[in-house]
Ligand binder design. Structure first.
Ligand code: HXC
Length: 508
């Protein structure tokens, strides 16, 4: 018996060592943690329970039959984050560069299947040279098995990808189909074809970082949601983030104790909106003054910053916040904001997260660039996402709500449950100057100014919309948190279903 146990220990030690001390040292020298060290930071202490530690590849080509490393380049299993169950996989770059073999893929698929069975999120830590080159099509098949599971799990369990090293070729498509991607600055990159291929095909010279580093993907492409400084910051941020998520689409949002009074009055909000309607203010301030303990987890802060999306809590329970940001391009809706917010709204709706929408929007951005790049189709994404959402929707118009953007931003007409406006709200088809130019052509400057004043007097307020029931109540800004908390309490039992369909056809 003791010999058997000794053998088990020997095998465990071999698996834990992955590709060996030298490769571990190389990993550390790059400022990266190993696959197991990463799980130690991500999960609660001693909570990790591994699976498939002894799995080896089945490849015999190119001398691979002589090179077998238990675990085959990925550590898989489950654990807890602040006591809540999560399934994980962590690719081990010290073993064949973390490359994905058929068996490696099977291990990932097993944790995804287990997560789906019990209804718990999957977090993947990606650090891989892509398909195991020696295996050829077997590795490609492995990827496709993972992709298929990513799709089936989408909207059922939250999926988070951390990119902590290379992620190239078709391998990028598994993270791309998960809900959120966090990347580590300088040590991670994602691209379909690398700089060498780019140089050959297009004659462009570009570095890995410029082509697909964390900054590129969190500013330009929006492929990734956050760029973190290093492994530790990425993993600790993932822990914080996890606390906002329900375990699955059948679960309610998590609740955690909050000392912040639900009916806290925030008097400074009464004077936040500048007297001049063209002067901006920071919508972050409004958000932080409304949510519990001023804690707000922003998604994609560096992309399309004219809209803010992220998670906060009211009475300890997660809410999704979507807010126009007057500080950036006056908070106008454009292609990028529409795509960013639409995806966020759909995530919230899939996972029972109520949506708070804060509106200060002058309209959609005019111009040939927007029109020719498809603002019609992309703007429709956000409209579609809000209209199909059945979770509780509370909207507060702080200032401008003009034109189509008024309709889009969770208006009453798109089944907004509670639509509030501050007394500073202006709700109309368009700004007064533009309106007068169209309906009264050929006026003198004096006459025009008179008509502008008349139009503003008539429409630059919330009361016309309120008189039609499009706004449920015009509220004191200082009472916004209390109104939202009360509203969410009353909407807890909300039951609303869309007509049966196989799936919708959102304008992609
Ligand atoms: C097998 C691989 C590997 C791979 C790396 N290794 N990538 N083994 N299959 N795909 C091994 C190396 O042989 C080496 O083994 C160890 O991992 C570390 O690699 P290095 O090159 O020494 O590390 P580094 O200098 O950091 O470079 C990392 C790298 C580079 C940039 C990822 O290894 C690389 O370019 N790899 C190939 C990437 C690639 O073309 N993959 C296939 C993409 S196609 P030793 O024994 O020396 O430690 C694809 C299709 C998927 O993925 C399609 C899905 C639909």
């Amino acid at each position: 018996m003791s010999a058997n146990i000794a053998e088990m220990e020997r095998r465990r030690d071999a698996a834990r060592l992955g590709g060996g001390q030298k490769r571990i040292d190389t990993q550390h020298a790059k400022g990266k943690l190993t696959a197991r060290e990463r799980l130690d930071v991500l999960l609660d202490e001693d909570s990790f329970e591994g699976l498939d530690m002894y799995v080896e590849h089945n490849c015999v080509d190119f001398g691979m039959d002589g090179e077998r490393i238990p675990g085959d380049g990925v550590v898989t299993g489950s654990g807890t984050i602040n006591g809540r169950l999560v399934f994980v996989y962590s690719q081990d770059f010290t073993v064949f560069g973390g490359s994905l073999s058929e068996r490696h893929a099977q291990k990932i698929c097993k944790v995804m299947d287990n997560a789906m069975k019990v209804g718990a999120p999957v977090i993947g830590l990606n650090d891989s040279g892509g398909a195991r080159i020696q295996e050829g099509v077997a590795a490609l098949g492995g990827y496709a098995e993972v992709f298929q599971r990513n799709v089936l799990a989408s909207g059922v369990i939250p999926q988070l990808s951390l990119i902590m090293g290379p992620c190239a070729g078709g391998a990028v498509y598994s993270p791309a189909m998960t809900d959120f991607i966090f990347m580590v600055k300088d040590s991670s990159y994602m691209f379909v074809t690398g700089p060498d291929v780019v140089k050959t095909v297009t004659n462009e010279f570009v570095t890995q970082e410029e082509l697909g580093g964390a900054i590129t993907h969190t500013t330009k492409t929006s492929v990734a949601d956050l760029a973190l400084e290093n492994d530790i910051e990425a993993l600790l941020t993932a822990r914080d983030f996890f606390d906002y998520l329900p375990l699955s689409n059948r679960e309610e949002v998590p609740e955690r104790p909050s000392a912040d009074p639900w009916d806290r009055h925030e008097m400074s909000l009464d004077t936040l909106i500048p007297a001049n309607a063209n002067q901006p203010y920071d919508m972050h301030e409004v958000i932080r003054k409304i949510v519990d303990e001023a804690e707000f987890f922003e998604i994609q802060p560096a992309h399309a910053a004219n809209i803010i999306v992220g998670f906060g809590r009211i009475e300890g329970k997660t809410i999704g916040v979507v807010a126009n940001q007057p500080l950036v391009m006056a908070g106008v809706l454009d292609i990028n904001t529409s795509k960013k917010a639409a995806r966020f709204v759909r995530f919230c709706d899939a996972f029972n997260i109520p949506i708070l929408t804060l509106v200060d929007v002058p309209g959609f951005l005019p111009g040939t660039s927007q029109e020719h790049n498809g603002i019609i189709k992309h703007g429709a994404k956000l409209l579609f996402a809000y209209a199909e959402a059945t979770v509780p929707k509370i909207t507060v118009i702080t200032r401008k709500a003009y034109g189509g953007a008024y309709d889009v931003m969770a208006s009453k007409h798109l089944r907004g449950d509670l639509n509030y406006a501050w007394p500073t709200a202006e709700i109309a088809v368009m700004g007064a100057k533009g309106a007068v130019e169209i309906i009264f052509r050929g006026l003198s400057a004096e006459e025009s100014a008179e008509k502008v004043a008349e139009y503003e007097e008539r429409f630059a307020n919330p009361f016309v919309a309120a008189s039609k029931g499009f706004i449920d109540e015009v509220i004191y800004p200082h009472s916004t948190r209390r109104r939202i908390a009360l509203g969410l309490r009353k909407l807890r039992g909300k039951s609303l279903e869309n007509p049966w369909k196989k799936h919708d056809n959102i304008p992609l």
